[in-house]
Design a protein around this ligand. Structure first.
Ligand code: ZN
Length: 289
């Protein structure tokens, strides 16, 4: 009942958020795109089956843009908190981030750079969610992509087992500044955090999950830091308050146990940096174990 009430708060045009679907997965039926919302409508929806999860940050940060690992850690914490503190009907969403921590130096994330398609830490047996910066030119970001989120999930269930964010710090002047922002890192990471949590791009201009961001050329380069009604409707649908209240679900800490047999696909959500370069979302699919 609460969910129906919540959905009723939004007009159909505003309630256009898209959820990431399993339809792109190997062995699954092809995606079917809704002609109005451009959402994929085939397959299971992707979601974290847990109450909370942990995220790691490359301690090296981005020397090129002068953003330290610790600064990035704080920004990602803030970005994820924007989603977990959204005002759903009946309380905050039933998902949160247990902690955002710097990886130990000895595990510093060279891995994402050494792997042609990145995101290796999501692969079994690692299954660790990591934010890293790519300071040198990489084919990962061809076409003006600012950042790439790779979500790993069960191809049938849609249950997420890990996610990685890679940011193109080689070609974008990322900033932390409130007063003179360029490519505002908090805006970028708030958008990518939406992907981490299972949201796809929306057609609602102005929403955090809108598919394009022009950084310093935006009227308000900081605007994506704050969620709009469409974003909130999305996060509240995926993680309604009280999700674990009935049926005694005890799956809160089960992600690591479920990952191996489920993991078979990685889907990347790209964010195009320039409006003129098109709006097609790039999906990357590759086999897991
Ligand atoms: Zn995106």
């Amino acid at each position: 009942m609460a969910l129906a009430t919540a959905l009723g708060l939004f007009t159909p045009s505003a309630n256009a958020f898209c959820r990431t679907k399993t339809c792109a997965a190997k062995g699954n039926p092809p995606c079917v795109i809704d002609p109005v919302t451009l959402c994929n409508t085939n397959g299971a929806s992707v979601y974290w089956p847990v109450r909370s999860f942990k995220f790691w940050v490359d301690p090296l940060g981005s020397p090129k843009t002068g953003i330290s690992g610790e600064a990035a850690r704080g920004v990602l914490e803030q970005a994820l908190a924007a989603w977990s503190s959204a005002a759903c009907e009946g309380g905050p969403p039933s998902i949160s981030v247990a902690s955002v921590e710097l990886m130990p130096d000895e595990d510093a994330v060279v891995l994402a750079l050494s792997e042609p398609d990145g995101g290796t830490l999501s692969d079994p047996p690692f299954n660790t969610s990591v934010l890293t910066f790519v300071d040198q030119d990489s084919t990962l970001f061809l076409g003006g992509i600012i950042a790439l989120t790779t979500v790993s999930f069960g191809t049938k269930s849609g249950r997420v087992v890990g996610a990685d964010i890679e940011v193109d710090s080689a070609n974008h002047a990322l900033t932390l500044s409130d007063s003179a922002p360029s490519y505002d890192l908090l805006s970028v990471l708030t958008h990518e955090s939406g992907h981490v949590l299972g949201l796809d791009h929306t057609l609602v201009d102005g929403a955090t999950m809108y598919r394009e961001y022009n950084g310093p050329n935006e009227r308000d380069p900081l605007a994506l830091r704050t969620l709009e009604a469409d974003d909130i409707a999305g996060i509240c649908e995926i993680y309604p308050p009280g999700r674990f209240d009935s049926g005694g679900c005890s799956c809160g800490l089960s992600a690591r146990r479920t990952r191996a047999p489920l993991l078979a696909l990685v889907v990347g959500c790209s964010w195009l940096g320039l409006r003129r370069r098109g709006t097609k979302q790039r999906f990357r699919a590759r086999s897991g174990i």
